[in-house]
Design a protein around this ligand. Structure first.
Ligand SMILES: O=C(O)C(=O)[C@@H](O)CO
Ligand SMILES: [Mg+2]
Length: 258
C-alpha cells in the first residue's frame, strides 16, 4: 500500500506550524515532510515529532533568499560556498530529526548562464553533499519543477534529473518525483514512474489544476496510486498540496491508505 506523509508547509495551515504535527498524527498520518525547519530549533521539532509518534521523511536544504524569489543555489557556480554552508546546516537538522532525505533545489537560471555550466555545478555540489550526508544515512534528492509554479527553474524534466543522477551516481543522489509537476510538464505519469523507478527516492502529490488534494482535478489517483504500488515503490509520497478547504475535510481520498 502506498505510504503518504503530510506536508506541514501546506497542510494543516489552520494551525501554527508547531501544532501541525499533532494534527497530522490525529488525522492518521505516520510521517511528515515540510519545506524548511530553520525558523525553529531542531530540538523543538524533534520533540513535536516524538510526542506525536511521527517520522520526519524529508525537508529542504536552505534555498538562498526565498523571500526575494530565490529557489535554491545548487546549480549556481558563484554560490558554491553558500550552498555548502546551508547543506551543513540541513545535515545538522536531519541528524536531530532522524530524517533520511534532504531536498536540494538547483535554483533559477540566470540570464546568459550556460546550461552545461549549471549542470556541472549541480553535479559537483551533489557529489560533495552526498559525501557529507552518507555517514549520517541521509540521501540528497533533486526535483524537476514545472515552469508555471517556478518560472525559470533550472531543473524541469524527469529525464534531465535522471541524467544528472546517473552522472553523480544513483547510490548518492535520488529523484524527488513530484507527480504534480510531472503532470504539468510531461504527463504520462505511470509510464514515467516506471521508467525512473530505480532512481526515485521520494514522491510527492497534488492534483492539477489548482495544486489541491487528490480528487479535485484531472488525474485518476486511485489508478495511479495502485500502479505505483504494483511497480514496487516503497518510499514515502508527500502530500504537497494546498487543501481546497479545511485540511481534515479534504482527507476523504486518504481513508483507504491509513
Ligand atoms: O515545490 C515543490 O514541489 C517542492 O517540492 C518544494 O520543495 C520546492 O518548492
Ligand atoms: Mg514538490
Amino acid at each position: 500500500m502506498p505510504r503518504f506523509a503530510a506536508n506541514l508547509s501546506m497542510m494543516f495551515s489552520e494551525k501554527p506550524f508547531l501544532e501541525r504535527f499533532d494534527a497530522a498524527a490525529q488525522a492518521g498520518f505516520k510521517a511528515v515532510e515540510f519545506l524548511f525547519p530553520y525558523e525553529h530549533p531542531a530540538a523543538e521539532i524533534a520533540a513535536r515529532l516524538k510526542a506525536a509518534g511521527l517520522q520526519q521523511v524529508l525537508f529542504n536544504a536552505p534555498p538562498g533568499d526565498w523571500g526575494a524569489g530565490e529557489r535554491g543555489t545548487a546549480a549556481l557556480p558563484d554560490r558554491k560556498a553558500e550552498f555548502r554552508e546551508g547543506f551543513r546546516k540541513a545535515l545538522d537538522y536531519a541528524a536531530a530529526l532522524s530524517c533520511p532525505r534532504i531536498h536540494v533545489m538547483s535554483g533559477l537560471k540566470p540570464a546568459g548562464m550556460a546550461h552545461d555550466t549549471m549542470t556541472a555545478t549541480l553535479a559537483e555540489n551533489l557529489a560533495w553533499a552526498a559525501e557529507q550526508a552518507a555517514p549520517a544515512g541521509v540521501k540528497c534528492v533533486i526535483e524537476p519543477i514545472n515552469h508555471r509554479d517556478i518560472p525559470g527553474f533550472f531543473l524541469n524534466t524527469t529525464d534531465q534529473a535522471a541524467a544528472i543522477i546517473n552522472a553523480v551516481g544513483p547510490e548518492k543522489v535520488g529523484m524527488q518525483f513530484d507527480l504534480y509537476h510531472c503532470q504539468i510538464t510531461e504527463g504520462d505519469l505511470v509510464k514515467r514512474v516506471e521508467k525512473h523507478l530505480p532512481l526515485i527516492a521520494h514522491m510527492q502529490v497534488a492534483d492539477n489544476p489548482g495544486r489541491n488534494e487528490p480528487g479535485t482535478g484531472e488525474v485518476n489517483w486511485p489508478f495511479v496510486f495502485k500502479k505505483i504500488d504494483e511497480l514496487g515503490f516503497r518510499g514515502w509520497i508527500g502530500c504537497e498540496y494546498r487543501p481546497a478547504g479545511e485540511t481534515v475535510a479534504g482527507l476523504a481520498w486518504f481513508a483507504p491508505y491509513k
